[in-house]
Write a protein that binds this ligand. Structure first.
Ligand code: ZN
Length: 278
């Protein structure tokens, strides 16, 4: 599934499923945000992306039928801000979870229908079932295409990089629990919010879980030999395999690891310094 990702061109990636790349490539978004379209006679749009008129027009141009529903995986600025305008222009219903508190959240997203875990959007052509996957964002929903057994993963799983877990809305313990939950869903493929379709879901999910647990092991090893470290002190050791320019971001995920250990009573924070619990 290595079709090139090109903005503005609808790519058929599965039965009744199209992918339209938004023109927002960047360090945090990779090739850009994937907007997915489902159905022909009546269309659902998943993650219309940032508020870019060009992309909003492109979605309507390539949609094979009237857009009836707009779903979002979460309310980060590269996924949902176009939803409100696209709904105004099409009359489509907005589905998802409202934004939690926090400056990086898109407050313009106000769902007409709030989706809880297990809720589904069922049409004559497809059924998408909501899977609540907190961790990257507390209101994150993945969508399981029931006929294809594909999971549309938003930022819960990306292709080509690991995601930042940014507390307090990001939560490492929830993230790992949500990853483990995916393995119970009998999935044939993962369609991420950024990058290509992933054909071997369970292997990739295992890799992601192991990657985070290895990172956690590095945190523990460093604190064992060097107790009472600040986040700044710890980052270069725990992320010695990551370019220094990424360390400010890495520090957010490191905090998420430490807060997980704290919640498990394995680490203690004292005046912004961290040590292992006795
Ligand atoms: Zn995100």
């Amino acid at each position: 599934m290595s079709t090139e990702l090109l903005p503005g061109v609808l790519q058929n990636i599965g039965r009744g499923v199209g992918r339209l790349l938004a023109p927002n490539a960047g360090p945090m978004t990779g090739p850009g945000t994937n907007t997915y379209l489902f159905g022909d006679a009546e269309v659902a749009v998943l993650d219309p992306g940032p508020l870019l008129d060009k992309h909003i027009a492109a979605i309507q141009k390539v949609a094979p039928g009237p857009i009836k529903w707009i779903l979002v995986t979460h309310t980060h600025p590269d996924h949902s801000p176009a939803a409100c305008k696209l709904a105004e222009e099409t009359g489509a219903e907005l589905l998802g979870q409202p934004p939690p508190d926090g400056y990086v959240q898109d407050k313009t997203f106000v769902p007409d229908r709030i989706l809880e875990d297990g809720d589904s959007l069922e049409t004559a052509e497809f059924c998408l079932r909501a899977v609540h996957t907190p961790g990257h964002a507390s209101n994150h929903i993945c969508y399981r295409h029931e006929a294809l057994r594909w999971l549309f993963t938003g930022d819960h799983v990306m292709n080509g990089s690991t995601v930042v877990i940014d507390p307090p809305d990001g939560n490492m313990k929830h993230y790992l629990d949500s990853l483990a939950h995916l393995k119970t869903l009998n999935l044939a493929a993962l369609a991420p919010g950024h990058g290509h379709v992933i054909d071997d879901p369970d292997a990739v999910i295992d890799w992601l879980i192991n990657h985070r647990l290895k990172r956690e092991a590095k945190v523990i090893a460093r604190l064992r030999t060097h107790p009472r470290l600040t986040l700044e002190n710890l980052t270069p050791f725990v992320y010695d395999d990551v370019g220094e320019h990424l360390h400010p971001l890495a520090q957010r995920s490191l905090l998420a690891h430490l807060l997980k250990l704290e919640s498990e009573e394995r680490a203690i924070q004292d005046n912004e310094r961290w040590r292992l619990a006795d």
